[in-house]
Design a protein around this ligand. Structure first.
Ligand SMILES: NC(=O)c1ccc[n+]([C@@H]2O[C@H](COP(=O)([O-])OP(=O)(O)OC[C@H]3O[C@@H](n4cnc5c(N)ncnc54)[C@H](OP(=O)(O)O)[C@@H]3O)[C@@H](O)[C@H]2O)c1
Ligand SMILES: *[C@@H]1O[C@H](CO)[C@@H](O)[C@H](O)[C@H]1NC(C)=O
Ligand SMILES: *[C@@H]1O[C@H](CO)[C@@H](O)[C@H](O)[C@H]1NC(C)=O
Length: 307
């Protein structure tokens, strides 16, 4: 038996999704995570190194740097970021170009397994009604490219990150009161949202796929999975918050996030639902051993932030 380390290259590793993915790999210990970053000497990159991850430099715009960073890698966890200023400056389809570069580099370096973190194609699903949600459509376009590439893969769809509560100030105290407001733009309080507790559940899902992709009976390859912890409407979510925090919490559907693309994203989700035809939590991931967390459990754990 080979004893060479099973290296998993994690993209976006200095960001929310990639870093929490990397922590899950480190905690599990089966794989050696390799954090990919444009700057190996940033504070976050140095921290990842001190925690035991390999750190390698690459820029998704530079395919040669990707091929170098993927040397010796068994598997890739692929994430791109539309909103990075250097990416968005290259136009609306930048994220698709970055994802395609990564697929090409994985193919060239004979990567054995590729997990692509993706989202639905809003234009297609809405039949052209919401055609400006670039950070969804371009990820979905990479799904197609990956399927045609021949690289062994799975596609992992994510929900709305529970961590958005504080990262984007979605849940905030109302000044001069004991109340909190849960504010999401253009969302019907009765429409379901699909929540992903990134810290606890996303890494578990990817790990389950990584541990089973070689086993043909597990039916992991070429399939799409849903790393979604819970499906709830915001009225329900506010009531769970209120109960756990012991303070009144009301849901507010605001007029705008201040960004057209984000407004369209929310109204799309409210109207069509992210994954309307999917059982949540994904029973196939549960079969592979994933133990999804509830939003009640999430709030219990993070409620100190709102004490
Ligand atoms: N928030 C949500 O509810 C939600 C839900 C579903 C999906 N998502 C998606 O999750 C993705 C990641 O979001 P996040 O919040 O985790 O991101 P983030 O914290 O903003 O981090 C973005 C990461 O991408 C890396 N990166 C950006 N451009 C790069 C390039 N050209 N080459 C190599 N690396 C590059 C950055 O690494 P360096 O700067 O170190 O190079 C950074 O680590 C986004 O695409 C978002 O659409 C978010
Ligand atoms: C990388 O990060 C270090 C530490 O923050 C910084 O001094 C340096 O300018 C960065 N390099 C690039 C190319 O951005
Ligand atoms: C939304 O949640 C409320 C409160 O739990 C529930 O009564 C209602 O049926 C839900 N709405 C839908 C459309 O599921």
């Amino acid at each position: 038996m080979s004893t060479s380390p099973r290296i998993v290259a994690v993209f976006g590793a200095t960001g929310t999704q990639g870093m929490l993915m990397l922590f899950a790999l480190l905690a599990d210990g089966t794989f050696v995570p390799r954090a990919i970053t444009r700057n190996c000497s940033s504070e976050k990159a140095l921290k990842l190194k001190s925690l035991g991850a390999e750190v390698a430099q690459a820029d998704l715009w530079d395919i040669d740097s990707l091929k170098q960073a993927l040397s010796g890698v068994e598997a890739v966890y692929g994430v791109t970021d539309y909103y990075d200023p250097k990416n968005v400056a290259q136009g609306h389809n930048s994220e698709m170009l970055l994802g395609k570069n990564l697929v090409d580099a994985a193919k060239a370096t004979d990567v054995k397994y590729f997990i692509w973190s993706s989202l639905p194609h809003c234009t297609r699903v809405s039949n052209g009604k919401y055609a400006n949600v670039y950070h969804f459509d371009n990820k979905a376009n990479v799904d197609d490219y990956l399927r045609e590439s021949g690289v062994p893969h799975s596609i992992l769809y994510t929900g709305w990150f529970s961590e958005n509560l504080w990262k984007y100030n979605i849940l905030a105290p109302v000044p001069d009161s004991d109340r909190l407001e849960l504010t999401v733009a253009r969302y019907d309080a009765q429409s379901p949202q699909y929540f992903t507790w990134v810290e606890r559940d996303l890494g578990q899902c990817a790990l389950a796929l990584l541990k089973h992709y070689k086993d043909p009976e597990s039916e992991v390859l070429s399939r799409t999975f849903y790393a979604v912890s819970a499906k709830l409407n915001y009225t329900q979510f506010a009531s769970i918050l209120q109960q756990a925090l012991g303070k009144p919490v009301s849901f507010v559907s605001s007029q705008t996030t201040g960004m057209q693309e984000m407004d369209d994203m929310y109204v799309f989700q409210s109207e069509f639902g992210l994954y309307p035809d999917t059982a949540i939590p994904d029973p196939r991931l549960i079969n592979l051993g994933v133990k999804f967390h509830t939003m009640e459990g999430f709030i219990q754990e993070i409620k100190g932030r709102y004490a």
